[in-house]
Design a protein around this ligand. Structure first.
Ligand SMILES: NC(=O)c1ccc[n+]([C@@H]2O[C@H](COP(=O)([O-])OP(=O)(O)OC[C@H]3O[C@@H](n4cnc5c(N)ncnc54)[C@H](OP(=O)(O)O)[C@@H]3O)[C@@H](O)[C@H]2O)c1
Length: 328
C-alpha cells in the first residue's frame, strides 16, 4: 500500500515522501482500517518539524485523525466488526496519510451518519478539543461572550460552531478578508481581521468594556498577551496551542489582579486518564450533528499524492477549515 513517510525533520513539503510499504498489523487493543479520509492537523506539521510533544521514531506516517473502514481487529478488542465505518485518533507511526492505518480501539467511535467521509475525517480532534475546552475546562455559559483566535482554522471553526450551539455570543479573530468571510459564514456574531483591526478594542467595544468571558487561544505568544487586555472579570483564557510559534510565559500577578483564570487543555490526555469521557463527548457531538449545529468545514479534498503540499499550506497558516485527504 502507499503511505507518506517522514524520514527526516523539517517543513512538511521537504520531508514527506510517498512510498510503497507493507500493510501495518494491529496490536492488542488496536484496529487496522482502510483510510476513507484523513484531515491535516497542526500537530502533523509540528511532528514533521520535530516540535510536537509526541516525537515518533523516524520514519513515521503522519495523520493524527481519520474516518476509515475496519479491515482487521487486534486481540482483546470488543464492540467493533470488520466493515464498521469509524472515526478517531490514529496510532502513529501508522497515521492516516496512507491507504491503511492503525487506530486505538479506545479512541475509535462510530462515524456520524450525517457526515460524509471527508467531513467525518476531520470531526474528531478539533471538535473534541473544542467541547472539552469550552465545556469541561472553561464552563462556557449561555449568553457569555466567547472570543476565538484563528477562528477560520480547524480547531477555531469547530469552536465557533460549538460556541454558538452553547448559546454564547461569538467573536472570531482571523488573518485576512477571505478568512473573515468564512468566519461570518460559520456563524460568528462579530469578526475581527487582525491584519487591519485591534481585537482588544473591538472586544471592549462589543462588551461595553467588560471583555470576553472565555478566550479560545490556539495561537499563543503575543496573541495570548493581547488577550489578557480584554478578558472579563472571572474570565477564562483557554491555552489550546502555539500555532504562532511562541510559547508565552505569562506574568501571573496580572491574573491575580484582574481576577481571571489561565486554563490549560491537553485533550489527548483524556484518552489515557478518563477514556469514558471521550465517548460521552462523541455522543453529544453526534447529537449536535443531527440538529445541524455542527458541520465540519472541509476546504480542500485532496488525493493522497497532493497531501504534502496541503500540509505545507496548513503550516504556512493560509488554510481555512480542514485540508483533507479523501481516498478515491
Ligand atoms: N490543546 C489541545 O489538546 C489541542 C488539540 C488539537 C489542536 N491543538 C492546537 O491547536 C492549534 C490549531 O490547530 P489546527 O490544526 O486547527 O490549525 P489551524 O488553526 O487550522 O491553523 C493555524 C492557524 O493559526 C493562525 N496562525 C497565527 N500565526 C501563525 C503562524 N506563525 N503560522 C501558522 N499559523 C498561524 C492562522 O490563522 P489566522 O491567520 O486566521 O490567525 C492559521 O490558519 C495548533 O497549535 C494545535 O497544536 C491543541
Amino acid at each position: 500500500m502507499r503511505a507518506w513517510h517522514v524520514g527526516a525533520l523539517g517543513e512538511p513539503r521537504d520531508v514527506m515522501r510517498l512510498v510503497e510499504v507493507d500493510s501495518p498489523s494491529p496490536g492488542a487493543g488496536q484496529l487496522r482500517v482502510r483510510v476513507l479520509a484523513s484531515a491535516a492537523n497542526f500537530p502533523d506539521v509540528l511532528m514533521c518539524r520535530g516540535l510536537y510533544q509526541v516525537k515518533p521514531e523516524l520514519p513515521f506516517t503522519p495523520g493524527v485523525e481519520l474516518c476509515g473502514e475496519i479491515i482487521e481487529i487486534g486481540s482483546g478488542v470488543e464492540g467493533f466488526a470488520v466493515g464498521d465505518r469509524v472515526i478517531g485518533s490514529t496510532e502513529i507511526p501508522h497515521g492516516g496519510f496512507a491507504e491503511e492505518a492503525v487506530m486505538a480501539a479506545s479512541a475509535t467511535f462510530p462515524a456520524p451518519e450525517g457526515l460524509d467521509d471527508a467531513q467525518a475525517g476531520g470531526f474528531f480532534v478539533g471538535y473534541q478539543t473544542g467541547w472539552f475546552g469550552l465545556h469541561r475546562r472553561a464552563h462556557l455559559q449561555p449568553g457569555e461572550t466567547l472570543l476565538v483566535h484563528a477562528a477560520a482554522g480547524g480547531v477555531g471553526s469547530a469552536a465557533i460552531q460549538l460556541g454558538k450551539a452553547a448559546g454564547a455570543r461569538v467573536i472570531g479573530v482571523v488573518g485576512g478578508p477571505a478568512k473573515a468571510e468564512v468566519t461570518r459564514q460559520l456563524g460568528a456574531d462579530v469578526v475581527v481581521d487582525r491584519h487591519t483591526e485591534d481585537f482588544v478594542a473591538v472586544v471592549k467595544a462589543e462588551t461595553g468594556g467588560r471583555g470576553a468571558d472565555v478566550i479560545y487561544d490556539p495561537v499563543g505568544g503575543e496573541t495570548y498577551d493581547r488577550s489578557t487586555k480584554c478578558i472579563a472579570f472571572e474570565g477564562r483564557i483557554l491555552i489550546i496551542g502555539f500555532a504562532g510559534g511562541t510559547i508565552q510565559t505569562p506574568p501571573l500577578g496580572h491574573a491575580l489582579v484582574k481576577n481571571y483564570s489561565i486554563v490549560g487543555l491537553h485533550w489527548g490526555l483524556y484518552s489515557r486518564v478518563e477514556p469514558a469521557a471521550l465517548l460521552t463527548c462523541h455522543e453529544e457531538l453526534t447529537r449536535l450533528v443531527g440538529t445541524g449545529a455542527l458541520s465540519p468545514l472541509v476546504s480542500e479534498r485532496l488525493p493522497l499524492e497532493a497531501l504534502a503540499d496541503g500540509v505545507q499550506r496548513l503550516a504556512d497558516g493560509t488554510t481555512v477549515g480542514r485540508v483533507t485527504y479523501v481516498a478515491s
